[in-house]
Design a protein around this ligand. Structure first.
Ligand code: 8VR
Length: 469
């Protein structure tokens, strides 16, 4: 079997992780420009001031994507590059930069797939309360509208937010992302609600413009499985899925929040400050979503937690996805398992759990169109005689593409795959050591680009539409 004709084979990036040019041509400060410079926050103090200088080298980079045969490029827009202070004047140079990127993609026949928000919030908004303040919701809707109007004639695929669970959880519970707040559950839920409201309004607005493209949201897809058959652990997995999946997928796809979580929130005084009007907007926008994007890296293996919540570990390692931590409410704990495989950063490699999760997703939400908007292997790539022989990455992507093929055969509606990432880029907290790309960037030699073994392999996959997978 080949991937169907309308299935897009692509790769992804995010503005802060590739662009650099942090203060070029009128760009405003982002929360990450500020946060990454606080001592101890990132691995070896790395930041995105230069990143991989995509801001100046985008032509070369998109040229390489074209050479790889990429059908689509998923990238994000830097909000403070477009509206430097969040909700004020538009920066024409910012619009020009993204016009250049989009036009360069189109010149090569690459479909641009835009993420509006991949975590770099204008610092002015962050300082005014960020995602806790409803001013940010209004500002986002305005920013989204600006982007539709500027680029919507050529861009027909829009993602509002990337991984709300990550920036809300790491921002308000673990303190590992801006605004760096630890353990504020009330704020965490408020931030998520404000994001869902902003998403719903941006979807409505897009549909009202009648640009006839598609719009959705990208979520982490990390289904929880009980480690074993014990009733306690199965309940723990249920709880994990209610908080980690239903809380995020229900408002977007069903238009309401899961009862199970709402009850807990009421009991604990964590219910967000929400209005009838906002809840209505969320309800009405749900059926207008065209798709949902899934970022799949690993599932969760969970057990009932028996330790005090104070024992929760908010270190960088635990904040960036390595299992072995308790949930914020102390109900469950993620675990590593003897019989599973893990990456160098401790993330489980489990294509079978991906397929299993997709089946569960379909049973809960029906036939909604899906894109795999991220999937890939973070590795320190082997270099042999100057060649980057990233065989483990090839194997990883191959296994996951196979799982997707099987899902399609079962009737699961997946319409595209975006490898994370197209090029080696700055990891938010892990510096440049953790590589994901098809294209290598030499930090010792003027950020020179070099094709990895996976580059040639993915090119062939695209050419043959995955026939040999
Ligand atoms: C996703 C994010 C993306 C990347 C990938 C891989 C990190 C990283 C945590 O959650 O959308 O930006 O972020 O995961 O891992 O290492 O930077």
């Amino acid at each position: 079997m080949r991937f169907p004709k309308d299935f897009l084979l692509g790769a992804a990036s995010a503005s802060y992780q590739v662009e650099g040019g942090w203060n070029k041509d009128g760009k405003g400060l982002s929360n990450w420009d500020v946060f990454s410079k606080i001592p101890g926050k990132t691995f070896e103090g790395t930041n995105g001031d230069v990143a991989v200088d995509h801001y100046h080298r985008y032509k070369e980079d998109i040229g390489l994507m074209a050479e790889m045969g990429l059908e689509s490029y998923r990238f994000s827009l830097s909000w403070p590059r477009i509206i430097p202070d969040g909700d004020g004047e538009i920066n024409p140079k910012g619009i020009e930069f993204y016009n250049n990127i989009i036009n360069e993609c189109l010149k090569h026949g690459i479909v641009p797939f835009i993420t509006l928000y991949h975590w770099d919030l204008p610092q002015t908004l962050e300082e005014d309360g960020g995602w806790i303040n409803k001013r940010t919701v209004d500002a986002f809707v305005k920013y989204a509208n600006t982007c539709y109007r500027a680029f919507g004639d050529r861009v027909k695929h829009w993602i509002t937010f990337n991984e709300a669970v990550v920036f809300c959880d790491l921002g308000y519970l673990k303190g590992a992302h801006p605004p760096g707040i630890e353990g504020d559950v009330k704020k965490y839920f408020q931030a998520t609600h404000n994001v869902f409201t902003a998403h719903a309004r941006a979807v409505e607005d897009y549909k009202n413009l009648r640009q006839f493209g598609e719009i959705g949201i990208t979520h982490v897809f990390s289904p929880a499985f009980s480690r074993d058959d014990s009733e306690d652990n199965k309940l723990a997995a249920y709880h994990a899925n209610q908080y980690g999946m239903s809380w995020y997928y229900d408002p977007v796809l069903k238009g309401s929040y899961p009862e199970y979580v709402i009850k807990d929130l009421d009991k604990n005084g964590w219910t967000p400050d929400w209005t009838e009007e906002e809840l209505k907007i969320i309800e009405l926008a749900a059926p207008k979503n065209d798709f949902i994007g899934l970022n799949y890296y690993q599932p969760m293996r969970v057990v009932k937690n028996n330790e005090a919540v104070e024992k929760r570990d908010n270190s960088r390692e635990k904040s960036t996805g390595e299992p072995g931590n308790s949930s914020f409410d102390g109900v469950f704990r993620t675990v590593k398992m003897e019989d599973k495989k893990y990456t160098k950063w401790g993330w489980e490699i489990a294509p079978d759990a991906f397929l299993e999760g997709l089946r569960i997703l379909k049973s809960h939400y029906g036939d909604i169109k899906l894109y795999v908007t991220e999937n890939g292997l973070g590795d320190a790539d082997p270099i042999i005689e100057g060649e980057i022989v990233d065989v483990p990455r090839i194997k990883y992507i191959e296994e996951h593409l196979r799982a997707i093929k099987n899902a399609i055969k079962e009737g699961i509606n997946i319409k595209g795959y975006y490898a994370w990432s197209v090029i080696d880029l700055l990891s938010w907290l892990n510096g440049f050591k953790k590589q994901y790309g098809f294209i290598y960037v030499d930090h010792k030699d003027n950020l020179k680009r070099k094709k990895k073994l996976s580059f040639y392999w993915y090119k062939k996959v695209i050419e043959t539409r995955g026939e040999e997978i």
